[in-house]
Design a protein around this ligand. Structure first.
Ligand code: HEM
Length: 376
């Protein structure tokens, strides 16, 4: 049954095809000892977490005793008997891990620089940051949730969950075998994404290579998460022609406004009969395209989300939980988002309200290793 290998060179959940559901969580360490003691606690946590993650992705229960009647079971049980349904559990560490608590400052990668302010964002601190992050993806929402819940439980006394986000309906394709899914604005999303099976582009844009200043990150990647709220009601009142101008693509076919088929290459130089650019100056794809950004590309792997309604307005609290992987956020996500933040026509309908940046080390090679072992 559907299993994605946990051991290997790169962590699963980046290049691998996105399953239908996401459970994302960040965790803060609650340790209060000396740096040596705190590092030991972190090491122990990561040994426990890695073993549990390996078991869960195999469709097994969290290791430990789940039959003794006089103790709580080791596994909470809600995924018992279920297929892992392509479960991947991807681990990362945030910039805050490199403060005084662990004595790890010298091992902080330069690429893990705190994200600068990126207007027009309006970030909620209770939906941002975290010492550690887990991205669990599965075609079964129970299985994905089970992973972040059980890791929190196993870490009790060492970590607390800081925030979490459930996502549904992958909002971008990242493989040529997948049909392009649609985001909550009704547009195909992922058409010109990096294909996770394209090893050459993955090496060029996504996997950390020899250029890194920190050997423990080689073969890893940097995850940027942004909770992007959509003003869905306003969007739904916008004329079709305007919606298409916002993205620079046709809504139903997904084709660029200069083409007729989804995968036609956009022609950013094309003008209409009155001399105006066919793909408008503020169109999302014009501003985001590698052709107009010095060749920058990122791997997008986001999910749609909804968390009910905003009580003050009665409007939907919904949007895109944007996740991107890249070699170096300073050279990829940050300049891209600066360009979008300043000029994107989409800004009328969205707002970035949560943010996270995490260094995801390479995968563990086998059961005798644990996540970020070379860091610790
Ligand atoms: C392209 C939607 C935010 C980067 C697209 C496309 C859509 C879309 C519909 C066209 C299809 C495709 O090629 O995938 C959205 C929505 C967003 C959002 C609804 C927010 C709610 C972002 C952010 C970034 C980004 C924050 C990066 C900072 C890109 C890139 C492309 C793209 C690089 C490909 C452009 C190209 O090469 O043609 N997005 N996007 N998007 N988006 Fe976004």
């Amino acid at each position: 049954d559907a299993k994605v290998p946990f051991y290997g060179a790169h962590q699963a959940g980046i290049a691998t095809a996105a399953p239908a559901r996401l459970a994302f969580a960040t965790y803060d360490l609650t340790v209060s000892g000396s740096p040596e003691e705190n590092r030991a606690a972190l090491r122990e946590l990561l040994q426990t977490w890695t073993a549990a993650a390996a078991a869960m992705t195999e469709g097994k229960q969290v290791p430990g005793d789940s039959t003794t009647l006089v103790a709580p079971p080791a596994d909470t049980g809600e995924a018992y008997g279920a297929s892992p349904a392509n479960l991947t559990i991807t681990f990362g560490v945030g910039p805050s891990l490199f403060d005084d608590r662990f004595g790890l400052a010298a091992k902080r990668p330069a690429a893990l620089a705190d994200l600068p302010k990126l207007p027009p964002e309006n970030l909620d601190p209770s939906r941002s940051g975290g010492d550690l992050a887990i991205q669990a993806c599965s075609d079964d929402p129970v299985v994905a949730f089970h992973a972040i819940r059980n890791l929190a439980r196993l870490g009790r006394g060492t970590v607390v969950m800081r925030w979490s986000q459930l996502g549904f309906g992958k909002a971008t394709s990242n493989g040529s075998a997948q049909e392009t899914p649609r985001n909550l604005m009704g547009f195909k999303d992922g058409t010109r994404n990096i294909d996770g099976t394209d090893a050459q582009r993955m090496d060029q844009y996504v996997w950390v290579g020899n250029e890194t200043d920190q050997a423990w990150m080689r073969g890893g990647s940097y995850l940027v998460a942004r909770r992007i709220a959509m003003r869905i009601e306003a969007w739904d009142r916008d004329f079709l022609a305007d919606q298409q101008h916002v993205f620079g693509r046709y809504k139903y076919s997904g084709a660029p406004l200069t083409g007729s088929k989804e995968f036609d290459t956009p022609d950013f130089g094309a003008k209409d009969s009155s001399g105006q650019p066919v793909i408008p100056v503020g169109a999302h794809i014009r501003l985001a395209a590698h052709e107009n950004n010095g060749g920058i590309r990122i791997l997008r792997r986001g999910y749609s989300y909804t968390d009910g309604i905003v009580s003050a307005s009665g409007e939907l609290d919904a949007g895109l939980f944007f996740i991107a992987f890249q070699k170096d956020p300073r050279k990829q996500f940050v300049p891209l988002q600066r360009s979008l933040g300043a000029h994107d026509a989409l800004n009328e309908y969205i707002q970035h309200v949560g943010s996270g940046l995490f260094a995801c080390p390479p995968a563990v090679s086998g059961p005798d290793r644990y996540w970020a072992q070379e860091l610790l």
